[in-house]
Design a protein around this ligand. Structure first.
Ligand SMILES: CC(C)(COP(=O)(O)OP(=O)(O)OC[C@H]1O[C@@H](n2cnc3c(N)ncnc32)[C@H](O)[C@@H]1OP(=O)(O)O)[C@@H](O)C(=O)NCCC(=O)NCCS
Length: 187
């Protein structure tokens, strides 16, 4: 098995995910499988403009605000990743099929896939379970290890990683300009 091995997601389909302390069922859907409607773009703009998500993830990239152009670009980029088998974005859908979050694996290097995520504050309590599901599908697809990089002070993200048995390991801190800590889990 050489380093040219890439993940095999041929088994993938939408998954149900539970929201902590809520009865509703949400779902995790590969970006390639969602037929994008206007309201999806609007909900991405709304979520990514929320102070918490915007300030942790998009302020540097979009200093004048997160726009419809950013959301359209994100959706196209997300679909392209699946088409090229290079990176893998999943949308998180509410029971009424609105996008309220996203979680992704940022490369096709099965030796170490970096994960990232955001969840609208109106739907908090989903990230931990979304990452649990992502760990399972990543393992099945062939990944050996997942890691995440967090900025200084991002307590909530750290808590999501801890609850998923990630352990701190600075070997996986690649983006030192942006991030302060790194966490990994062997699958
Ligand atoms: C980090 C982030 C994804 C967390 O999303 P989340 O869905 O709220 O995370 P969790 O699954 O841990 O759920 C947390 C909530 O569920 C509740 N909860 C978690 N575990 C629980 C448990 N075992 N029992 C009861 N309640 C629990 C907590 O009270 C918490 O609510 P609070 O935030 O009001 O304290 C989200 O805050 C976010 O998008 N932040 C900005 C983007 C970002 O930082 N991304 C990561 C970059 S590395």
């Amino acid at each position: 098995m050489g380093p040219s091995m890439t993940p095999d997601f041929s088994f993938i389909s939408p998954l149900s995910i539970e929201r902590i302390a809520h009865p509703d069922t949400y779902s995790l859907i590969p970006a390639k499988d969602l037929d994008i409607k206007k309201q999806h773009i609007q909900s991405i703009v709304d979520s990514c403009s929320e102070p918490e998500i915007y300030s942790w993830l998009f302020k540097e990239m979009a200093p004048n605000g997160y726009t419809h152009e950013h959301a359209n670009g994100f959706v196209n980029w997300a679909k392209q990743g699946w088409e090229e088998n290079r990176y893998f974005v999943f949308f998180i859908l509410t029971p009424s099929q609105e996008i309220c979050g996203a979680i992704d694996i940022k490369s096709n290097q099965i030796e170490k896939g970096e994960v990232g995520y955001w969840i609208s504050s109106h739907h908090r309590g989903l990230a931990t379970n979304a990452l649990k599901n992502l760990r399972k599908v990543a393992k099945r697809a062939g990944y050996k290890l997942l890691f995440a990089q967090t900025k200084e002070g991002n307590i909530k993200s750290k808590s999501v990683l801890r609850k998923n048995d990630f352990i701190e390991d600075s070997t996986y801190l690649f983006d030192v300009k942006c991030c302060a800590k790194a966490y990994k889990i062997e699958l």
